[in-house]
Design a protein around this ligand. Structure first.
Ligand SMILES: [Zn+2]
Length: 129
């Protein structure tokens, strides 16, 4: 949060980057490709990630690479989220809200990506030759 605050001088952006980082580490980890702690945190909603686990081998570049892994998980999660929002008639409102606050969304995505990069570094994948 301090780094984001120093770079942006914006409290809201820094907070959203930090919250994104937290959510990325706890719930949107690259290790959603296996039954892992982040996967168990999804509680009754963990079934959402079963097709992801069946389709992507553990530590495959689609789950364990910078940018591609994060965007893939966000798009993957976006499908059931869009269906849910559509079912309750909130899809248009959510899209308008997201587009009107794109800086906040981008800050959260950057935070999620930072957690992914830290995960890849901890896995020893990021700097592998
Ligand atoms: Zn991993």
């Amino acid at each position: 949060m301090l780094v984001a605050l120093a770079l942006t001088h914006d409290n809201a952006i820094a907070l959203c980057t930090s919250v994104g980082n937290l959510i990325g580490g706890l719930y949107l980890s690259p290790d959603l490709d296996i039954p892992s702690r982040p996967w168990y945190r999804w509680w009754i909603f963990r079934f959402i990630w079963i097709p992801y686990q069946k389709s992507i081998p553990h530590r495959h570049y689609l789950s364990h690479s910078p940018v591609i892994g994060t965007i893939g998980r966000l798009l993957y999660m976006g499908i059931p989220l869009s269906l849910l929002l559509g079912a309750i008639g909130m899809l248009n409102e959510a899209a308008i809200l997201a587009f009107s606050h794109w800086q906040i969304i981008l800050a959260a995505v950057v935070g999620i990506e930072i957690s992914c990069i830290l995960h890849l570094a901890a896995d020893g994948i990021l700097f592998r030759r």
